[in-house]
Design a protein around this ligand. Sequence first.
Ligand code: 4NP
Length: 153
Amino acid sequence: MVCLGNICRSPLAEGILQQKAERAGLGWHVDSAGTNGYHTGEPPHHLSIKVAKENGIDISKQRSRKFTAADFDNYDIIYAMAADVLADIKQISRHQFDATKVDLFLNELYPGQDREVPDPWYGPEPGYHEVFAIIDEACSSIVKKYSNQTINE
Ligand code: 4NP
């Protein structure tokens, strides 16, 4: 799960998907990172922590890290929260960029529409609730998709 700062959107996506995957019995390791590295080592934004907690998810122990090219070796799927993030991922990973592993996160919920998760960073608390709901819905789609695949294998 990748966004710009790894403090607002992708920490929510990590926490939500990890919880849903565990509840579905999928042995996934979910992680998150940011492309700008401005907040490396910091916990998520206090409003992301608050909104997650209100929804029964503790993301307070996460720490921001910068996305690296090695993430293409370490992870099977990489989701970008927005188009600028996807462009950054390409620039950071250069020859290690693997288009088959990357997609815009919301294409799982709205296939082919290239929609973006809005960045709540600049706004007040309601934006964080909105973003939580969008990410939650998309994570449900992802878990449903891969749970069905597992059953059919
Ligand atoms: P995020 O939000 O990408 O959802 O974590 C942002 C947080 C910080 C900055 C940009 C976006 N920043 O430039 O510091």
